[in-house]
Structures are given as C-alpha cells and as structure tokens.
Design a protein around this ligand. Structure first.
Ligand code: ADP
Ligand code: MG
Length: 322
C-alpha cells in the first residue's frame, strides 16, 4: 500500500500548494469556521493546518492516514456528484506517504484528542493529546523520502506564491470560515468570516469603498453567479479574475474572454476587470478530469458557455447603472 500511495502522491501532490488545497478542502468539508495555515520555508519544512471542524474519531485516524478511506462517498452514485475532484479518499494517505506527518484530532463532544504519526508511510501508534476541538495536521519535511522530488521544489517565492494563490481561491469561494496564512510566523493574509460571499470577495480583493455588482443568471443550462467590480475600479493586474466551475477554481480562456468582451462592449477600452464567477452546469457538460492537478477543463458546448457568461456579465454591469 505504501508504494500505491506514493504513486498516487506523484499524481496529486505536485507541490506544497497541492497539499494546502487538499487539507483545507477537508477542513471546509468538516464544517470548520476557523482555518489556519502555517508554513515554514514555503512548505518544504512544515505545513500546518489547524481547524475547528468536526474532527476525526480515534478509530478512524489510522484509516484516514493509511488507506484510500473516505467518509464522504456513501455509494457509487456519489462518484458522479463528487465535489472535491481527483482524489476520492487519496489525499491524506498520499501526503502521509511522502512526508513526516502528524494528525491530531479531537471530535466535537470529546474531552481530549488523539495523535497519529506517519513517518513516510510508516504509521506509529496512537497517542492521547490535549487539544481544542478540531484537527491539526502537520506535514514536516515534504518528500524527505523521495529526494528526486524534493530537489524539484521551486524557489521559495514561487512555492509561496502558489500557496497564497491556492488559499485565496478557497477563501474566495467559502465565506463561512476565517482564513489565516502565515509564513515563517509572519502573517501573509488573514480574513474574518463574513455574512455573505459578496463581503468575502470585497474583503479579499480589497476593492475599497466600491461594492461588487452581483448577478445570478441562467442560460443554456448554465447557472452563472458573477461578482463584478464596477467598471471604474481599475487594476493594472489582470490576474484578479477567478472562475469556478462546479465549485472548482479553474484556468479558462473562454470564460475570461466572455467577461472581457462584455466589459469592453459596455465601456469601450475597459480591459482589466476584477471579477469572480461561479458557474454551475451538468457534470456531463464539462470534463474536469483532463488532469488531476492541472486546472483545465473541456466543455461539450463552448459557445454556450461563452454566451452565458457574456450575457451574465453585461446584465450585471447594466444592473449597476440602476
Ligand atoms: P476525502 O476528502 O476524499 O474523503 P481525504 O484523504 O482527503 O479523502 O480524507 C480522508 C478522510 O479523513 C475524510 O473523508 C474525512 O473523514 C477525514 N478527514 C480528513 N481531514 C479532516 C479534517 N480536517 N476534519 C475532519 N475529518 C477529516
Ligand atoms: Mg479530501
């Protein structure tokens, strides 16, 4: 099982940011309202995720860390409606096979927790631990047992950029938890939980006094929820555009093209929009499994996607005039 886990790890753990993504998604799934990510040396020395979610029962700890165990799929049909794609119970076991990993957890309702260690897949006995409700996962010395992989970690600034980006994307799509990121004990960002998603987006993208325009729109079987900065908000940085398809943040030219076209048709010369878009469509209309880590998708009907996003954006901008 160790080799199987290491092979799975090779597919899904590209870099420290991939671990942050998987572990924070687990914290969100666990209903956490406070999530802290602390990293040292851009994650190569330590990644520590602390949450106040439902926790993991004592008897489930060894399973979560060793086998492809998931508590989230009840039957085969769930595979079609899967939210966190590409892993299906592989994340923790994969991480545990390529680092020195400690998982401490105290389920709500228990007085104290348990801690388990996997030293590169070699699982040590459970030990009791005093802690608050929730889960703490520490990933020390990533790839210590796979030197070839460790050597290929990029410069610290690059890895840290990916981690910040990954956590930002998660925080932009989930407002019911506070998020804090520290690097070598210095705060990178910290946002409180908010009442609405719109407030979270405004807070994180720091659009200041302006309010985001919010629009819900449906066309061609595609639901679009768009948060758009008013056209007067000018940013030189074209990267402040985020697209989520069925909950997953992806890189996508078609959607961004549609947004840019709508902005410039609304206000000629307007180029760099600040926008966050959530698209929901039937899982069969989009192939997100092009590659487990590459955030790319293929659509069955690209022009349907384009026109849904174009019209949603234009309508959102016009709504801002009222
Ligand atoms: P998946 O998320 O696909 O189920 P993972 O390997 O990511 O698989 O996690 C395995 C299991 O460990 C989860 O199904 C969940 O039961 C448990 N788990 C992992 N992280 C947490 C957490 N932070 N809080 C509560 N339970 C967790
Ligand atoms: Mg998971």
């Amino acid at each position: 099982p160790l080799l199987v886990n290491q092979i799975a790890a090779g597919e899904c753990i590209e870099r420290p940011a991939s671990i942050v993504k998987e572990l924070v998604e687990n914290s969100i799934d666990a209903g956490a309202t406070a999530i802290e990510v602390g990293v040292e040396e851009a994650g190569s020395r330590l990644i520590r995720i602390t949450d106040n979610g439902c926790g993991i029962d004592r008897e489930d700890l060894p399973l979560a860390i060793t086998s492809h165990a998931t508590s989230k799929l009840q039957n085969a049909d769930d595979l079609l409606n899967i939210r966190t794609l590409g892993f299906r119970g592989e994340a923790l076991a994969s991480v545990a096979s390529v680092a020195d990993v400690f998982i401490s957890s105290c389920p709500s309702g228990e007085q104290s927790g348990y801690k388990i260690r996997s030293f590169g897949g070699d699982v040590k006995p459970l030990e009791p631990v005093a802690m608050n409700h929730g889960t703490i996962i520490e990933v020390h010395d990533l790839f210590f047992n796979i030197p070839a992989r460790r050597k290929f970690l990029k410069k610290k600034a690059t890895e840290m950029g990916h981690i910040t980006d990954t956590l930002t994307k998660l925080a932009l799509s989930y407002h019911k938890a506070s998020f804090k990121l520290t690097h070598n004990n210095k705060i990178v960002f910290h946002v409180e939980k908010t009442a609405t998603l719109k407030e979270r987006i405004e807070q994180l993208l720091a659009i200041g006094e302006c309010e985001m325009l919010e629009i819900s729109y449906e066309r061609n079987g595609i639901e679009v929820q768009a948060f758009l900065a008013p056209p007067e908000v000018n940013r030189a940085n074209s990267k402040q555009q985020y697209v989520y398809i069925n909950g997953r943040c992806i890189k996508d030219r078609i959607v961004l093209r549609a947004v840019a076209d709508a902005y410039s048709d609304y206000l000629p010369m307007k180029r760099h929009a600040v926008a966050v878009l959530f698209l929901q469509m039937h899982p069969e209309d989009v192939d997100v499994n092009v590659h487990p880590t590459k955030a790319e998708v293929r659509y069955r009907d690209s022009s349907g996607i384009y026109s849904a996003v174009y019209h949603a954006t234009l309508e959102g901008l016009r709504k801002g005039d009222l």
